[in-house]
Design a protein around this ligand. Structure first.
Ligand code: AP5
Ligand code: MG
Length: 190
């Protein structure tokens, strides 16, 4: 199994590039953001609780997302690999993921970070917000709060993988295809 953490701030292109990786390599995509939005759409109690935090641009509790990921990993023992998108977002989540994968006889092969400057991220998210209906893309204040959460809680996750010599970064600005090419080069060497 080739399990990859696709890392980067809100709007870096994790979802966009994940879709292309799935099409090319047949990986299973695990996006905690997408899973949470599905819970909101289904109006589950979990979704309703998560929505309050997501609308403010804050992270949901670790136990909630760890539980979601656990079910998906256990349900797909034959997968060629998993793409983790938007997870792990805290060091506690990264530790839980290592334990979960170990219990399933596998591990993270590497983290690949998409590097994009903040002005470009704001531009992308506001543009998407005009049509997507994502409530956390609607105003710059909420977008900035997502960046603050990223700086405070999520950036340490990059250090966690650097400590395991599993971290690599690529330029996330430019044409989607060009970025995908760089990403594939890194992934094929893992
Ligand atoms: P989540 O859904 O993960 O959102 P996010 O991290 O804020 O990131 P986005 O999905 O907005 O960006 P992306 O990097 O996927 O970029 P995309 O490809 O879409 O999380 C949402 C919320 O859920 C969190 O705030 C939190 O509350 C909660 N949550 C989720 N996971 C959690 C966890 N593990 N723990 C706790 N809480 C959690 O691209 C963005 C836009 O840019 C698109 O419109 C796209 O078309 C465009 N674009 C992409 N690439 C390019 C390019 N190269 N050039 C120009 N435009 C581009
Ligand atoms: Mg996304």
């Amino acid at each position: 199994m080739r399990n990859i953490v696709l890392f980067g701030p809100p709007g870096a292109g994790k979802g966009t590039q994940s879709q292309k990786l799935i099409d090319k390599y047949g990986f299973i995509h695990l996006s905690t953001g997408d899973l949470l939005r599905a819970e909101i759409a289904a109006q589950t109690p979990l979704g309703m609780e998560a929505k309050k935090l997501m609308d403010k641009g804050e992270l949901v509790p670790d136990q909630v997302v760890i539980g979601m990921i656990g079910h998906k990993v256990e349900a797909n023992p034959q997968a060629p690999g998993f793409i983790f998108d938007g997870f792990p977002r805290t060091v506690a989540q990264a530790q839980a993921l290592d334990q979960l994968l170990q219990a399933n006889g596998t591990a993270i092969a590497g983290m690949v970070a998409l590097e994009v400057v903040e002005d470009e991220l704001v531009k992308r998210l506001l543009l998407r917000g005009a049509t997507s209906g994502r409530s956390d893309d609607q105003d710059e204040g909420t977008i900035r709060r997502r960046f603050n959460e990223y700086q405070a809680k999520t950036l340490p996750v990059a250090e966690y993988y650097k400590g395991q010599a599993k971290y690599q970064a690529i330029n996330g600005i430019g044409e989607v295809e060009e970025i995908f090419g760089s990403l594939c080069q890194v992934i094929e060497k893992l």
